[in-house]
Design a protein around this ligand. Structure first.
Ligand code: UD1
Ligand code: CA
Length: 467
């Protein structure tokens, strides 16, 4: 029987005080909903159903833009937010009655380990449970539903915080984590039994526990020792706490694999990033998206790499790299900006205050100071003088600049694209190059220098005499 994860993501998240749906708020580089989907997928769930409602389009757009990996998510729209039980009913109305194990989880629980989901499913299977609930005992139980159990430990019901008497709020410390494994057949056969007769006037999914207990269906509560992975995010403050937990988890994992961090509290790495051995990450470094860093590199301080590919033995100092690649032994910065498919081959260099967009830089070529190169290709062994720019945009079109091998471009040169500089050519400083330069040529475009001996001395003298 195929397993399904139903991830509830329709709530508005009033406590976030936001115009965006709660599940689109970022934890590190990814929205909350993405983390829930990832946990479910890594736990081996075959179908993933995301219930969306508030800001549904924003959620759908995000997953559509994220590429093929997420095309398998089935979306169900919950038009009115009548509670977590109602959300599951909407799934039934949209997709029919699902059979097999149905894991229900909330999209605002980004820290769940896939293994936790897997063991919940095994427990449910072994006991033929109608419902298996994961519980926890966080230090502050407010915000959570409470597990009401009799003295011998058998569960009676889950009571929402709002519906608890003051005594129950005090006495019941075991909380509902919001992660369940249901038997699909029994869930959909009985979901209509949930009513909205409670403090919030909502259809609570948690009522299924009491309903099953009343029917004599087997239900068990599994207690998680570590509540941290089950923290729910309802406010921005809780989002920051969850991000801290995830940051530490990822950084500990990297350090265990041989990555150094001068101060792990000041390094932020997304879930899909890979970093090689003996690489050092310095403070204020952000590695986001599908970034891959090789070994023996030093990244940071003050660097942000998004969807970047970095080879081995690279230095990336105060640099931003977005959707771009550097091969081996490349040095960048301080203060370089590589974007839009820039590609630096082995032993090349992007120096200080340089911006490179969609530009390929050949083996051993250098762009050391204050340059902008866009839509260009540089061969190997090229040197670009300080202040050189490609004029690649005429206000409407982008044009290309082609630079051959072993070209020397002097300082402050404008290369007005489209233009080609042949191999071994030399372009004099301060030239504005509008025509192609053949291989092996010198090209110079500047007015002749005027020098008058003694002129300045005479000028200063005249000014003095006037006083
Ligand atoms: C819920 C549980 C509570 C548990 C806590 C764990 C219920 C009734 N209560 O409370 O027992 O301790 O989570 O974090 O289930 N959602 C929808 N549609 C709706 C309402 C909510 O999709 O109509 C989604 C939300 O987007 C959210 C999730 O369900 O991702 C949980 O909703 P939320 O309002 O945050 O529930 P809690 O009050 O935290
Ligand atoms: Ca000039």
């Amino acid at each position: 029987m195929p397993s399904t994860a139903i991830i509830l993501a329709a709530g508005k998240g009033t406590r976030m005080k936001s115009r965006h749906p709660k599940v689109m708020h970022r934890l590190l580089d990814r929205p909350l909903a993405w983390w829930a989907v990832r946990s479910a997928r890594q736990a081996g769930m075959e179908r993933i159903v995301l219930v969306v409602g508030s800001g549904a389009q924003e959620v759908r757009d995000y997953f559509a833009a994220d590429g093929d990996a997420d095309a398998s998510i089935e979306f169900v729209e919950q038009k009115e937010r009548l509670g977590t039980g109602h959300a599951v009913r909407c799934v039934r109305d949209a997709l029919g009655e699902l059979k097999g194990p149905v894991v229900v989880m909330y999209a605002d629980m980004p820290l769940v380990h896939p293994q936790t989901i897997r063991s919940l499913v095994s427990e449910a299977r072994a006991k033929h449970n109608a419902c298996t609930v994961l519980s926890m005992t966080p230090p502050d139980p407010s915000d959570y539903g409470r597990v009401d159990a009799s003295d011998d430990g058998t569960v009676r019901a889950i009571i929402e915080h709002e519906d608890c008497t003051p005594e129950q709020r005090e006495a019941l410390r075991e909380c509902n984590s919001g992660l369940y494994c249901f038997c699909g057949r029994r869930l959909f056969a009985n979901i209509d039994r949930i009513t909205n007769d409670n403090a919030q006037g909502e259809y609570y999914l948690t009522d299924m526990v009491g309903i099953y207990v009343g029917m004599g269906e087997p239900v068990s509560v599994v207690h998680a020792d570590d509540y941290h992975e089950l923290l729910g995010v309802n406010s921005r403050s809780q989002l920051a706490v969850a991000a801290k937990v995830m940051q530490r988890r990822i950084n500990e994992g990297l350090m265990a694999e041989g990555v150094s961090m001068l101060d792990p509290e000041q390094v932020w790495v997304g879930a899909e990033v890979r970093v090689g051995q003996d690489t050092t990450l310095l403070p204020q470094t952000f590695l986001w998206g599908r970034t891959i860093v090789g070994s023996d590199c030093t990244i940071g301080p003050n660097s942000r790499l998004t969807n970047a590919t970095v080879g081995d033995r690279c230095l990336v100092d105060e640099t931003i790299i977005v959707d771009s690649a550097i091969d081996n032994d490349v040095s960048c910065g301080p203060r370089a900006y590589l974007r839009g498919g820039a590609h630096f081959h082995d032993r090349s260099k992007a120096g200080t205050h340089v911006e490179l967009k969609g530009t390929e830089v050949g083996v051993g070529s250098k762009v050391p100071h204050l340059s902008y190169l866009g839509d260009a290709r540089l061969g190997s062994g090229v040197n670009i003088g300080g202040g050189t720019i490609t004029c690649n945009y005429d206000g409407k079109h982008k044009s290309r600049t082609e630079i051959g091998d072993h070209v020397f471009i002097g300082s402050d040169v404008m290369l007005v694209a489209p233009v080609t500089i042949g191999d071994n050519a030399l372009v004099g400083a301060a030239s504005c190059i509008t025509k192609d330069v053949p291989a092996g040529a010198l090209s110079l475009e500047r007015s002749r220098q005027l020098t008058q001996r003694g002129w300045a001395d005479a000028y200063w003298k005249r000014l003095e005499e006037e006083d």
